[in-house]
Ligand binder design. Structure first.
Ligand code: FUL
Length: 490
């Protein structure tokens, strides 16, 4: 009897189909998240990496850093104010966003707030018809930048500062800013509260209790309500934290986890700002702020004190390179333009960074690991070099150390190694080393404590055909999403 060939074809087809589709679905579950993890707002914020701070107000015209609040709005008169230039310079410099001092401690508002007379509306600039916040928010949109605002909680002009009425005023202003100018990606709450001020003519010292006076809990709620994706910055979070210095440099270890309880703008713990709190209750990563000049505001006397390219590169690697975001201040001058010297330096920095990170020498190269979660290819070391930062290598649950190795195929010259954890599952690596195989010999070229969102190591320039990352201490089974290798211009 002749058998029908069809069932065999069908069986073979089904087999092939099962094998093919099993590639699309993970066989073993991913590691359970460890402790606090980032929100989707945090993940979007990390992508911004490097952005600019714009300190501009009456101080620019009075040559001061902290205005007392008594200054006349008549002093605000930039001759060629051009927020489009600020945005253009920022974009060309590789920045992704700009944050403007809509109101600094002196209380002067760069937008025509309907709750005060102390604003651009009473200045000669555009006969009181101008709005710097509007102009910059629109320029940012045109140049594909995000836009954020600094609204100083301390107000040395306001007559009711330190009284309950001021909180209503402050929230009214926040509402104006968060409803009138499109998306505000970040709001910046400074911790400074010096005490003395003009205060509507009282000219006295007013002290407040930073823990209770501002009722931040309700202000945080208001911001969330008005701008659900806004990232709120202060030394007490709640979304991101001040790094604890104004030099723009992060620390190692740098935990994104942070104990939020009892921490408010101006009230925090120095060590926790620097390093985060290992195993802390919330995900509150650090942002590094620093000025390109000695002062936050423009001063003619500092035109020749713009930071050098080397010092800006040091800042970049000590902030972005340590998993923080970098907020670099570029203060416009009295014309209302970013000064030529600053523009030139920003361009030099952008050129070096662009050349450094142009070619990832590890991209698409074979990678192996001493342990792969469930021996499942979804967690294989090849995920490290696939150019996709959302895929990741992971180890089995009981594994608290790990080594991954990238085969560069041939000796390659490099001096930068960029590594990332898959932080969606929490921050796990507490110590690591990096080795390179030079002429058949392994040598250590870098080490550190945490990796987290990103870690960029400046290593000695080596010519090596293989690279290893040894995770020598982990809080739970490790994950890594990328190992990238670059060569900086000589
Ligand atoms: C500080 C402020 O007092 C400075 O004036 C500046 O705005 C800086 C970014 O934060 O605490």
């Amino acid at each position: 009897m002749k058998s029908h060939p069809m069932p065999f074809v069908l069986v073979a087809f089904l087999l092939a189909w099962t094998m093919l589709t099993s590639v699309g679905a993970a066989q073993v579950p991913p590691p359970a998240p460890l402790g606090a993890v980032p929100s989707k707002q945090h993940l979007a914020w990390y992508d911004l990496e490097y952005y600019g701070f714009i300190h501009f107000t009456l101080n620019t015209f009075t040559d001061r850093e902290w205005g007392g609040g008594e200054e006349s709005p008549a002093l605000f008169n930039p001759s060629q104010l051009d927020p489009d230039q600020w945005a253009r310079v920022a974009k060309q410099s590789g920045m992704t966003a700009l944050i403007l001092t809509a109101k600094h401690h002196d209380g002067f508002c760069l937008w025509p707030s309907k709750y005060t007379e102390h604003s651009v509306k009473n200045s000669p600039w555009k006969n009181g018809q101008g709005d710097v916040v509007r102009e910059l928010s629109e320029a940012c949109k045109r140049h594909g930048l995000k836009f954020g605002v600094y609204l100083s909680p301390w107000d040395r002009n306001h007559a009711q500062y330190a009284r309950p009425e001021y909180i209503t005023y402050y929230r009214n202003q926040l509402r104006e800013l968060l409803t009138g100018y499109g998306e505000i990606f970040e709001t910046w709450y400074d911790g400074a509260n010096g005490g003395s001020g003009y205060y509507g003519g009282a000219n006295e010292t007013r002290r407040i209790d930073g823990r209770t006076y501002y009722d931040w809990t309700n202000t945080w709620k208001l911001v969330r309500e008005l701008q659900p994706d806004n990232i709120r910055f202060s030394d007490g979070g709640p979304d991101i934290r001040w790094v604890g210095n104004e030099r723009g440099t992060g620390y190692d270890p740098n935990w994104a986890t942070f104990n939020l309880a009892g921490r408010w703008p101006g009230i925090s713990d120095q060590k926790s700002l620097w390093h985060g709190d290992q195993g802390g209750t919330h995900w509150v990563p650090a942002e590094c702020d620093v000025s390109i000049r000695p002062g936050w505001f423009w001063h003619e006397s500092q035109n020749d004190q713009v930071k050098s390219l080397d010092s800006l590169l040091d800042i970049y690697y000590a902030s972005v390179g340590l998993g923080c975001n970098l907020l670099l201040n570029i203060p416009p001058d009295r014309r209302g333009l970013i000064h030529e010297h600053d523009v030139q330096r920003l361009k030099e920095l952008a050129d070096v960074l662009e050349k450094t990170f142009a070619t990832d020498l590890a991209r698409g190269k074979p990678a192996t690991a001493d342990n792969v979660r469930g021996a499942d290819q979804h967690f294989a070391a090849a995920r490290l070099t696939d150019g996709d930062r959302s895929t990741y290598w992971a180890a089995d649950d009981n594994v608290l150390r790990g080594t991954v190795e990238v085969d560069l195929g041939q000796p390659e010259e490099f001096d930068r190694v960029r590594i990332q954890e898959h932080i969606e599952l929490g921050q796990r690596v507490a110590e690591f080393t990096v080795e390179a195989r030079v002429d058949g010999q392994w040598q250590e070229i870098g080490k550190g404590f945490t990796i987290g969102s990103r870690r960029i190591l400046r290593t000695p320039r080596v010519t090596a055909d293989r690279l290893r990352v040894n995770l020598t201490k982990c809080l739970a089974c490790p994950t890594l999403s990328t190992v990238e290798v670059y060569n900086s211009p000589k």
